[in-house]
Design a protein around this ligand. Sequence first.
Ligand SMILES: [Zn+2]
Ligand SMILES: [Zn+2]
Ligand SMILES: [Zn+2]
Ligand SMILES: [Zn+2]
Ligand SMILES: [Zn+2]
Length: 238
Amino acid sequence: MSRPKLPARANTSPGSSSRPESRQVSGGSGGGAKRRATEKVRKVKACLKCGESIEDGKWIQMDGAGVMCDRCWKNMYLPKCRRCNLVIEKQAVSSSDGQLKGKYHRDCFNCNTCHKPFPDREFYVFDGKPFCKYHYHEENNSLCAATLCGQPIEGPCAVAHNGDRYHPEHLTCEHPRCSEKLVDYWEVDGRMFCDKHAQGVDEDEDDNYPLSNQRDSMLRATKRRTRFIDLAGLGQTS
Ligand SMILES: [Zn+2]
Ligand SMILES: [Zn+2]
Ligand SMILES: [Zn+2]
Ligand SMILES: [Zn+2]
Ligand SMILES: [Zn+2]
């Protein structure tokens, strides 16, 4: 499929010398822009698209007959920003490896959640939208569930019985003074314990420790096994 041929842009100058110069559609290089002599008799032109008469002197000659006003032409032929949906006239940003579809205004290209730009030009794609590392993992449910961590998991990942994801070294027994990593573990009322602490053995007599009744806690305990997955290289692009 070949792309449709874009019509050439054109400018006219307003007939009256007392009016300020109209802005050039194509930007130009400043004050010395070439201007066509206006020999034609002035005639009100109407836009093919919106039907309004063009009074700002900016119109584009279409293939065949007719002209289009500047606004309609831009709407039809210039790309639109995926964030704000407005026309992009210059400095469109797009993904260099094509993982992210579409184009963005430079100022609109940032994390979809925190709106911070990507200083090292590296970003993540989730659901077709760009994200910073942290917010990508928030969307992707791949932030470490350990309260003291909460950071993105890239690489080895331990998945608990309830689907929570952890850095493997952060999925540990929930007893306050235990740091045993859990592979086979016991779930008691939604909390996760090593063999020793699931049985309510607590020689330190911690008052806050809930599993004081051994028989009771073992009745409620369910044997669980950590699932290990690899989250390396997800969603990352530039
Ligand atoms: Zn128009
Ligand atoms: Zn935009
Ligand atoms: Zn962010
Ligand atoms: Zn962690
Ligand atoms: Zn323990």
